[in-house]
Design a protein around this ligand. Structure first.
Ligand code: NDP
Length: 294
């Protein structure tokens, strides 16, 4: 019987591990789940048919998935688990992590015969619930192909390059998310100050060339409604734009717009709060314009 383990039952981990469990129920496998606060693992097992496990017990899985806030958190878990790992295990890290950390983690785990792939995801909590996340995989091609069939939470899985490339693409993707969100917020705040109806403005933008996921989905559902449901933290978005800037520096690139939006995300995370939903970034735009986007 094939055993997978999922470590980290946060906003993403809960539905991702549930997708693994649905697949395992069809294929006769099992899914072990671990969370730092164990009650979440027990609740997951009761709701989705997974098995709550101690961290040490998850080492028996042939594939170990992690989805934690940062690469530093993954380092911590690797440190606690590495003495128990078995050669041949594959570690698939779905954290939106740091490319430098991926290379160090792969080297560290290889000393135990464990292969590491960076495999961050996009699609949010809804995509995870639907099992159609986009996964960007970094690592050797043969290892990526070997794990592809295990990604029950994926709608699309693309091998983007060697170790660290998945994290690099994810950081740039989220920097683009932040650019679109911020810039659309600026445009709407200005239109609002000028007395334009913002629902009408978005109707036009979304049928025109200025549209994006921010204008089509995030702003109508989360900002105009004033709900800002906390599914993806502003602090996590600021972490991602920071990783994107590290990437710019490491390749000696030039990306002034991404640098600006990184500074704005960090300021917003500090001023609005890191645990607020990422769309609360626009509360800073609202303050700057003394204009609610509604
Ligand atoms: P959450 O904050 O909802 O959950 C974080 C999880 O990590 C919790 O299970 C928490 O455990 C655990 N954790 C935190 N620190 C440690 C640690 N040091 N050791 C062990 N466990 C730890 O995060 P998300 O699920 O939102 O995000 C996870 C990753 O996925 C991030 O890198 C994020 O950027 C990325 N991501 C998030 C998306 C989203 O829409 N939310 C979309 C795509 C990617 P505990 O319950 O004990 O606190």
């Amino acid at each position: 019987m094939k055993t997978a383990a999922f470590l980290g039952l946060g906003a993403m981990g809960v539905p991702m591990a549930a997708a693994l469990a649905r697949r395992a129920a069809q294929t006769g496998g099992r899914v072990l789940v671990w969370n730092r606060h164990m009650e979440k693992a027990l609740a997951h097992a009761a709701e989705y048919g997974t098995q709550a496990a101690t961290l040490q017990d998850t080492a028996q899985a042939s594939v170990i998935f992690t989805c934690l806030p940062t690469s530093a958190d993954v380092d911590e878990v690797i440190g606690q688990l590495e003495a128990h790992l078995n050669p041949g295990t594959v570690w698939v890290d779905c954290t939106s992590g740091h490319p430098d950390a991926a290379r160090a983690q792969r080297a560290r785990l290889l000393t135990h015969g464990v292969r590491f792939l960076d495999a961050p995801v996009s699609g949010g909590v809804n995509g995870a619930k639907a099992g159609n996340l986009t996964v960007m995989l970094g690592g050797p091609a043969d290892e990526v192909e070997a794990v592809r069939g295990e990604l029950a939470f994926a709608g699309t899985a693309v091998h983007v390059g060697d170790t660290g490339s998945g994290f690099a693409v994810k950081a740039v993707n989220n920097a683009l998310l932040a650019v679109n969100l911020w810039a659309t917020g600026e445009g709407l705040a200005v239109l609002g100050r000028g007395g334009v109806d913002l629902n009408a403005a978005l109707q036009v933008i979304n049928a025109s060339s200025g549209r994006s996921n921010a204008s089509e989905n995030l702003i109508p559902a989360r900002v105009l409604t004033r709900e800002f449901p906390p599914t993806f933290g502003l602090g996590l978005l600021a972490k991602d734009t920071g990783i994107a800037m590290d990437l710019v520096d490491s390749v000696k690139g030039s990306a002034p717009v991404l640098a600006q939006v990184d500074a704005l995300c960090r300021a917003a995370s500090r001023m609005i709060g890191p645990n607020e939903d990422h769309t609360a970034l626009l509360k800073l735009v609202e303050q700057m314009n003394e204009q609610e986007i509604r």
